[in-house]
Design a protein around this ligand. Structure first.
Ligand SMILES: [Mg+2]
Length: 413
């Protein structure tokens, strides 16, 4: 019960097959069809619609296996920035609806659920679900309970498009009796085996087990889960979205190569993509790390600490170049490259003239502004470094041209 005499509980809201639903928001043609969202370079399915799931396609499956099971499927390259746009819209709506909201993942939120006289938690769950559907266009499932762990179990069990509140002991017992203990986040593999040796295989078994035994088997984190599934909320709702510790760009090189010119072109491409990300999250990189993976299975790392955190192309490229020299193995065939920004800091810290003469800084910032404005207006990579000209296939690819639609601050369908 809250101070104002309102009843409180904990809610969990989770989008249903989020990446697919996000694609459907901007293309209704995909509704009711089997849709798979593909990872970097289109090698594997990272999300699938319920229609595709029904045909046996699994998350993480290579595209060629998925296409055997579901030849009629529509396979789309993932677009995390679009998903982030929708995720932020959902977060804003959640914050309107609740005073405490935790951004748990791109499509999952925990929140404090409150109802006044004459209202029910079930009604609140339904209205939240419908509001997100109406304003964002994404189907979600909502569970409300006495603790986070129970709320998540309820929403997981009510998918898709469910809205359910369980707050009474009998209802909780029925819910827990039906669910294997591995449905609880944080109980899998060895921990599940340890429990099963004591006959604890369902969530209800765990709730009824001796607390000291659970602590012995699963340490303090397991005991916390025991309290949680018994309706005692011991895990708080964390309202601050954790800041990114690192940001990275890269992935498969498509066609493996031992040509240093091509590797340099990839490096420049990844620097440009990383800068987009840094600017989006309003941070600057204090350190760059480059990882190159080779066909032989080994990988090499190059790294550089910057004199000052930066999100500027000239500065980051100056730092990335020696990283590539360090990570490059002459004659070896590279398959993947990852460029990682670390020690992230707020941008725009006072520049030290010694490292960064003002005329050079002003020119570079002016160029960056022009580039950003043109690309914002015309499309990603409309203006890009000439070093990337060695990768014509990447920029001419129809799947990448799709990215041009992906202009920040605009709704493009
Ligand atoms: Mg989800």
């Amino acid at each position: 019960m809250s101070k104002e005499g309102r009843e409180t509980a904990i809610g969990h809201l989770d989008a249903d097959c989020f990446y697919v639903s996000a694609e459907r928001v901007r293309d209704a043609f995909l509704n009711d069809k089997p849709v798979g969202v593909l990872g970097n370079q289109g090698a594997c399915v990272i999300a699938k619609s319920y229609e595709m799931k029904g045909l046996g396609v699994k998350t993480g499956e290579p595209i060629w296996e998925a296409m055997v099971k579901c030849p009629e499927g529509i396979y789309i390259k993932r677009d995390f920035r679009w998903y982030e746009v929708l995720s932020r819209m959902m977060l804003d709506l959640m914050r309107d609806a609740s005073r405490r909201v935790e951004y748990y993942s791109i499509d999952e939120f925990f929140f404090r659920a409150e109802v006044g006289r004459g209202e029910t938690f079930e009604g609140l769950a339904r209205s939240l679900r419908d509001r997100i559907q109406e304003c964002v266009g994404v189907p979600v499932t909502v569970g409300i309970a006495r603790s986070r762990t129970l709320a998540k179990l309820i929403s997981d069990a009510s998918k898709p498009h469910g809205a359910r509140a369980v707050l009474d002991a009998a209802g909780e017992e029925r819910l827990l009796a039906d669910l294997p203990v591995t449905e609880i986040t944080g109980i899998a593999g060895r921990r599940a085996e340890r429990l099963s040796a004591w006959g604890i295989t369902t969530c209800l078994h765990l709730a009824r087990a001796d607390r000291a035994l659970v602590r012995r088997l699963l340490t303090a984190s397991g005991e916390a889960l025991w309290w949680e599934i018994n309706g005692d909320p011991v895990q708080a709702i964390n309202c601050r979205r954790p800041a990114h510790k690192t940001l990275s760009r890269g992935g498969s090189l498509g066609e493996a190569t031992d040509d240093p010119t091509l590797l340099y072109a990839w490096l420049v491409r990844n620097v440009e993509r990383l800068i987009e990300e840094l600017r989006y999250h309003r941070v600057a990189a204090g350190r760059l790390k480059l990882v190159v993976l080779y066909k032989t299975g080994h990988s090499a790392v190059g790294q550089r600490t910057l004199a000052l955190p930066s999100d500027r192309f000239d500065v980051l490229l100056d730092a990335a170049r020696p990283c590539l020299r360090q990570a490059w193995a002459r004659g070896a065939t590279a398959t993947h490259m990852h460029l990682i920004a670390e020690d992230l800091a707020p941008p725009g810290q006072a520049a030290l003239a010694y490292f960064d003469p003002p005329d050079r800084r002003l020119r570079a910032e002016a160029v960056a502004r022009v580039k950003e404005r043109i690309n914002g207006k015309v499309g990603r990579f409309a203006v890009r470094s000439a070093a990337t000209l060695y990768l014509p296939a990447i920029y001419a690819d129809a799947a990448n041209a799709y990215d041009i639609c992906d202009v920040r601050d605009k709704m493009c369908f």
